[in-house]
Design a protein around this ligand. Structure first.
Ligand code: UT7
Length: 336
């Protein structure tokens, strides 16, 4: 059996809305404080999109930056996957809207993936496998979210945690062996769906004057339960992926965890026996941006030089569903 072709991340791009909302600003509208939010979550501020700034707009900007950094044109892309839990519209997909805004070719597949905060890792894996299938050479993988549109701004237990952003990766096949995506794991447990969900707005309970009055279209979360499960599945996902690749955690140069809560990340690091200095943290500036969280953090690690050619990088996330995933990458740096 011939080995599968390598699939590597060639470039990354991000977009964050201009508007910064600090913890102090939030404390003017809900009963909270900078001290509570920082101590319990590690978040200091978040970005909030403008009314007309939607996931397809943010995603198109992030993707355009990724293409420009790679010296590529929109027409060089053979496949687009967008991960989002806050699509612009119920249908059609955010990917189709983004395709049109970015001027991608019309002979390519464009679709969304719904896996909440694990969405980017799910999309990266689906894209990698589609490239390995041989029909496509280069894909755009985008995580784009406007969580501010589904958060109840009167609910202090959730509104302080989330933010808006987009991140994009250009991935492509390579003839070089043992580079790019080395191993991955995806999982889900739908029996825990009600730990983090919106009651109304889907076909089970379509939006109506009553559902809106009852705030049923807002995100609801059992934070304590999600916290416990998040630590467990993130730590075990890392362990399983490392085992599959025959790599020890000591060999990983940089961990890119989903940026939900610094205490979750600290607990995962402690379970893995890894120092926090190898975990990229940026939730202080952006909060939890769901599917955008991993590409936002990965782009920062790359741009700031925390990741070098041949380094092992481990992405790990969990989210509503519940869903989880981890991807081990041997980094390829084209401009070394
Ligand atoms: O991508 C997946 C997304 N979700 C997550 O990752 C969430 C995971 N969970 C968490 O991050 C944490 O559970 C939270 C940050 C949401 C909450 O932290 P906690 O340490 O579990 O606090 P808690 O929910 O037990 O609340 C403690 C207290 C409560 O008051 P009482 O009952 O002890 O009097 C809350 O009412 O803190 C109160 N509280 C707040 N106080 C000030 C809850 N939210 C706030 C707030 N400001 N924003």
């Amino acid at each position: 059996m011939s080995a599968l072709p390598s699939v590597l991340i060639r470039s990354l791009g991000v977009h964050t809305p201009a508007r910064r909302v600090t913890n102090e600003e939030l404390s003017l509208t809900v009963e909270t404080s900078d001290e509570w939010i920082r101590t319990r979550s590690g978040i200091g501020e978040r970005r909030i999109a403008a009314a007309n700034e939607n996931p397809s707009d943010m995603g198109a900007k992030a993707a355009a930056q990724a293409l420009e950094r790679a010296g590529l044109k929109p027409t060089d892309i053979d496949l687009l996957i967008v991960a989002t839990m806050t699509p612009d519209l119920t249908f059609p997909s955010t990917a189709c809207l983004l395709q049109s805004k970015l001027g991608l070719r019309t002979d390519i597949p464009c679709f969304d993936i719904s896996a909440a905060c694990s969405g980017f890792i799910y999309a990266l894996q689906v894209g990698t496998d589609m490239l390995r299938g041989g029909h496509y050479r280069r894909a755009l993988i985008v995580g784009a979210e406007k969580l501010s549109s589904v958060v109840d701004w009167k609910d202090r237990s959730t509104c302080v945690l989330f933010g808006d952003a987009a991140g994009a990766a250009v991935i492509e096949t390579s003839d070089q062996p043992n580079i790019g995506v080395l191993a991955n794991l995806l999982g889900a447990d739908g029996s825990n769906a009600e730990l983090l969900y919106a009651v109304a707005g889907g076909s089970a309970k379509p939006a109506s004057a009553e559902t809106v009055a009852a705030g049923e279209h807002y995100l609801r979360m059992n934070g304590k339960e999600v916290f416990k499960l998040a630590v467990r599945v993130m730590a075990s996902s890392c362990e399983q992926v490392l085992k599959e690749a025959g790599v020890s955690s000591d060999e990983v140069a940089c961990f890119i965890p989903h940026q939900a809560n610094v205490r979750i990340i600290e607990a995962v690091a402690s379970q893995l026996g890894v120092g926090m200095e190898r975990f990229l943290l940026n939730l202080e500036c952006y909060g939890n941006t769901s599917a955008a969280s991993i590409p936002l953090a990965l782009e920062q690690a790359w741009r700031e030089g925390h990741i070098k050619h041949n380094d092992l990088v481990l992405l790990v996330a969990f989210g509503a569903g519940l869903t989880w995933g981890a991807t081990l990458i041997r980094w390829y740096e084209p401009n070394r």
